[in-house]
Design a protein around this ligand. Sequence first.
Ligand code: NDP
Ligand code: X2W
Length: 342
Amino acid sequence: MSLRVAVAGCTGYAGGEVLRLLLGHPDVEIGALTAGSSAGSTLGEHQRHLTPLADRRIEPTEVDTLRGHDVVFLALPHGTSGAVAAQLDPGTLVVDCGADFRLEDPLAWEKFYGSPHAGTWPYGLPELPGQREVLAATKRIAVPGCYPTGATLALLPALTAGLIDGHDVVVVSASGTSGAGKSLKPHLLGSEVMGSVSAYGVGGVHRHTPEILQNMARLGATHPALSFTPLLVPMPRGILSTVTAPITGVSAEEAYAAYAEAYADEPFVRVLPPNTWPTTASIVGSNVVHVNVTVDEAAGRLVAVSAIDNLTKGTAGGAIQSMNLACGLPETTGLPMIGVAP
Ligand SMILES: NC(=O)C1=CN([C@@H]2O[C@H](COP(=O)(O)OP(=O)(O)OC[C@H]3O[C@@H](n4cnc5c(N)ncnc54)[C@H](OP(=O)(O)O)[C@@H]3O)[C@@H](O)[C@H]2O)C=CC1
Ligand SMILES: CC(=O)N[C@@H](CCC(=O)OP(=O)(O)O)C(=O)O
């Protein structure tokens, strides 16, 4: 099979990672590359690491340019995907790396994004129960946010195995700076970021809060309640999430066994050996998630930790994993399971 694939937003971090992975995908031919103000320049001027595509000319993001492809990846700012997707053929697979179609509740969308809700597409997290079947039958995929991917995969076995009920979940996630995109932001200047860790979106206001809650409900949380705090750390890639929640009558060994069983057949999720804790350095550049869990007996809480690469499993790798399912390809096709170290 050779899928002709277009990437809109090819000069950004998400679009660049989609292209890095597509270049290693055996069933893909790279078609149109589009962006905004960069149209007319070559990809090599923006993505020096994508050497095989360095001389490719970037086109404006127009529907006529994106038509005629089997798959279109949208890696555009929030709020721009809906108008483009609406004009694409219903038979074209559209994979949106942005947030526009992730949330089911229009009120939650309006509260956290401050714009009208564009709609809801099948959610591109294959590890959710029943989701592989949904993704195999769709032409529209909403790629999860990077924090929701890390937090949800840290929580999944605890909720599906009934270790916790989800009424008091605390998530603290430390992210690398690429999560914020390439555009210039004063708080991301080197002098501001280097040598410092900072909290932001504090107090339940980060826009990934409703997305994590939506996933918790889907995993069986009866009264989902979440406190989510993101941290910005001076590294380019990676997210380390710690998740805690009240637990009663379950030992650390039982919690570990539940996680090991839940993820035994997942190609991209590895539960580390007991008392070995995830590090972002181990998964950078790969589509792999490292997870572990224990019970803090004194606090009466389950503690789970996950590490993902925000651009790979957290965006582009997850997007291609879902594309593979939607195109009837083996789910792991073209996706790296090997990180880069040191
Ligand atoms: N970074 C991450 O970890 C993650 C990002 N995402 C999502 O992916 C999307 C892109 O994010 P990211 O790559 O970080 O952002 P960047 O700012 O790095 O890139 C944005 C891209 O969109 C293009 N663009 C901007 N405005 C327009 C426009 N009006 N019309 C057409 N193209 C436009 C830019 O082109 P130009 O160079 O011409 O301006 C660039 O290619 C966002 O929706 C984001 O939420 C999702 C998960 C994680
Ligand atoms: C470090 C950092 O700034 N991260 C981004 C999240 C990036 C991401 O996954 O989010 P979307 O796809 O929803 O934009 C943020 O907190 O806004």
